[in-house]
Design a protein around this ligand. Structure first.
Ligand SMILES: N[C@@H](CCC(=O)N[C@@H](CS)C(=O)NCC(=O)O)C(=O)O
Length: 206
């Protein structure tokens, strides 16, 4: 199996299953029991010194960081389709909103929920309000971040929005709700949800 995802359904690896299902490639899953600390085992640390999931291996290639995994997979297996080609003007917004999820939304969300004190001009994620406004602008009057064209950026950026809505970390505005519903209706997202649910059940977690 050339592509293997080190996975636990309670981790960001759950969203990587959606990425893989969108690509329609063969892949294998390797269950890492994060609830028992298995992500800190030497063989996992050898792949990711952070001792965190997800980890994707593709032959000799090792990729960690969910957004990087999505960008890698789309370039490698869907260039010109789920990933705009480097000379396509859509490549700019594609990268912009893909990076926005881990570099702005994730720390911005944690800063808000943990009550961090920081200077918005020094923090890359700025204020919570400006972050929400930017997120709204990415999907205003369009189906996906690239307009009518679905891309891996929607799995990365949209996956974060789906997570935030699910755990009530984001106010359910009509535009966020409609975007999340559009994404959830995709057959690949549904296959991924079913696969994650099946693994939870198999391990007595569902
Ligand atoms: N920046 C990383 C975050 C990875 C991460 O924090 N993974 C969590 C699960 S979602 C984890 O493995 N936690 C277990 C631990 O830190 O021991 C990414 O986007 O992939």
């Amino acid at each position: 199996m050339p592509v293997t995802l080190y996975h636990h359904p309670y981790s960001r690896a759950a969203n990587v299953i959606w990425m893989l299902e969108e690509l329609g490639i063969d892949y294998g899953l390797r269950f890492v029991d994060t609830m028992k600390g298995a992500q800190k085992a030497p063989e996992i640390l050898a792949l990711n010194p952070m001792g965190k999931l997800p980890i994707l291996t593709d032959g000799e290639v090792v990729v960690t960081e969910s957004a990087a995994i999505g960008l890698y997979l789309a370039d490698r297996y869907s260039l010109g389709k789920l990933a705009p080609a480097p000379d396509d003007p859509a490549r700019g917004p594609y990268l912009r909103w893909s990076f926005f999820a881990p570099s702005v939304i994730e720390p911005g969300m944690l800063a808000k929920s943990s009550g961090w004190e920081f200077k918005p001009s020094q923090a890359g994620w700025g204020t919570y309000e400006s972050m929400i406004e930017a997120m709204q602008s990415a999907i205003a009057d369009r189906s996906y971040v690239l307009g009518d064209r679905f891309s891996m950026a929607d799995v990365i950026f949209g996956g974060t929005i789906r997570y935030m809505l699910r755990f009530k970390l984001l106010e359910t505005t009509p535009s966020f709700a409609a975007y999340a519903e559009r994404l959830a209706a995709r057959p690949a997202a549904q296959r991924a949800d079913a696969r994650n649910a099946g693994i939870l059940k198999e391990h007595g977690l569902g």
